[in-house]
Design a protein around this ligand. Structure first.
Ligand SMILES: C[S@@+](CC[C@H](N)C(=O)[O-])C[C@H]1O[C@@H](n2cnc3c(N)ncnc32)[C@H](O)[C@@H]1O
Length: 404
């Protein structure tokens, strides 16, 4: 949203216009725009209000009903912590007995909102002026929450018994992978625990374990099967250092797999085994946390090949940490053989999963010339080193769902 449009939106006229809009309907957006302009509303204000209406609809996935009372920017919404995860962040501060937390780089206030909702006083610090203004509106319902427009690293931390930071990982040219180039830089943020031991930091899930200090507990988090972040916790915000995976299902239920007490220990590797009745696909959070070997032991399963995160075994042990498939068939992988196999079974709809093979699923789907009424799932991978196609049936769905 452009700043001028936003300023107009924060006037009584703008506020009234926004409140008067119906729920977002893409098919109606152009007509609504014309109608509001014909009614005499300023085009810039109308554009700003309609942008909010659209962003609020999208934000429901992260903020539920709260979204209808919040203000967003495209970028701020992308970076905001979804409420189901922010609530878990906030609960760590509550359990540690924190009463006043600084949220450094608060963005639109996703995490600050969750802290405030637990009755913890929170000061958000935000470098971008527009974002800080929107966060102020988003936190308006909470008397003990406020937003300061300023630089996180020069903010006085004296009044706080807890600090949360979520450094920006996007620059003008897209995603920034080097944690030293995040804003603020990750090592500077980690250094804040010398001033406030109860420090929590949200980082990109792809962060290398070597970037994490030895006294950290890093928790990789997935929601509905998608890995969304790693939370790095220090001091009273964690029981002990190490790595874990938190898998949150579609209903918001969480399960934690504690993988190791040493944040830097290399991920254990187990010897591969022959294909068995079931194939388990570990959740991405478990993979990132280096917990695949531990999960394999829990499932009495073995990797299908060296360094491939598909596990195979004879037991169907219920677990929130992996999706399970029953193996129906398997063949050495070649497009021609797979096409013949699927044609013989009348497969017209195919889900392609892959790991450890260099295949473009969309291109392959086109080459397979699928025809028929049947559905199938194929997993392309290496079985003890050999490129293979495994035809499977899903027996458990993504975390939180059961498929008959
Ligand atoms: C990833 S977003 C935070 C999202 C937030 N946790 C939420 O749930 O809405 C990071 C924010 O940090 C802000 N930022 C970047 N550098 C900063 C700095 N030095 N001081 C304060 N804020 C900063 C960015 O403008 C951005 O809004």
């Amino acid at each position: 949203m452009r700043t001028a449009g936003l300023r107009r939106l924060l006037t009584p006229e703008g506020w009234e216009l926004l409140a008067s809009l119906p729920p977002y309907d893409a098919a109606e957006a152009d007509r609504l725009n014309l109608r509001l302009r014909a009614a005499g509303h300023d085009p810039e204000l109308v554009a700003a209000a309609l942008t909010q209406q659209r962003l609020r609809e999208r934000a429901r996935a992260k903020f539920g009903d709260f979204a209808s009372r919040m203000l967003f920017t495209e970028e701020g919404l992308q970076q905001a912590t979804r409420l189901v995860v922010a609530a878990r962040h906030a609960d760590r501060y509550r359990r540690a007995g924190c009463s006043r937390v600084a949220d450094l780089g608060c963005g639109l206030g996703g995490d600050a909102l969750a802290l405030a909702a637990l009755g913890i006083a929170v000061d958000g610090v935000e470098l971008d002026e527009t974002t800080a203004a929107l966060a102020t509106v988003n936190l308006m319902a909470f008397p003990d929450a406020r937003v300061v427009h300023g630089d996180a690293l020069s903010h006085d931390l004296e009044p706080y018994d807890g600090v949360f930071a979520d450094p920006a990982r996007r620059g003008p040219r897209g995603r920034v992978f080097d944690p030293e180039a995040w804003s603020p830089p990750l090592p500077r943020v980690f250094g804040l625990r010398e001033r406030v031991p109860a420090l929590g930091v949200k980082v990109a899930p792809g962060v290398g374990h070597h970037h994490l200090p030895g006294d950290a507990h890093a928790e990789w988090v997935s929601v509905g099967g998608d890995v969304v972040e790693a939370g790095v916790w220090f001091g009273p915000l964690t029981e002990r250092p190490g790595r874990s995976a938190l898998v949150i299902d579609a209903a918001g239920r969480g399960a934690t797999l504690r993988c190791t007490d040493d944040v830097h220990s290399p991920a254990r590797q187990l010897p591969p085994g022959p294909l068995r009745r079931y194939l388990h696909e570990p959740d991405g959070a478990v993979i990132r946390a280096g917990g695949v070997a531990l999960l394999a032991e829990q499932l009495d399963a073995a990797p299908v090949s060296d360094a491939i995160a598909y596990l195979t075994g004879d037991q169907l042990a219920p677990t929130p940490f992996a999706e399970a498939f029953e193996v129906l068939d398997h063949l050495p992988f070649s497009t021609k053989r797979l096409a013949a196999h699927l044609a013989a079974r009348g497969v017209g709809r195919l889900e392609i999963k892959k790991r450890g093979v260099d295949v473009d699923p969309d291109r392959l789907r086109g080459q397979l010339r699928l025809r028929g009424d049947e559905e199938a799932v194929v997993i392309l991978t290496r079985l003890q080193g050999r490129h293979s196609a495994v035809i499977v049936r899903r027996v458990t769905g993504r975390p939180g769902t059961m498929v008959p």
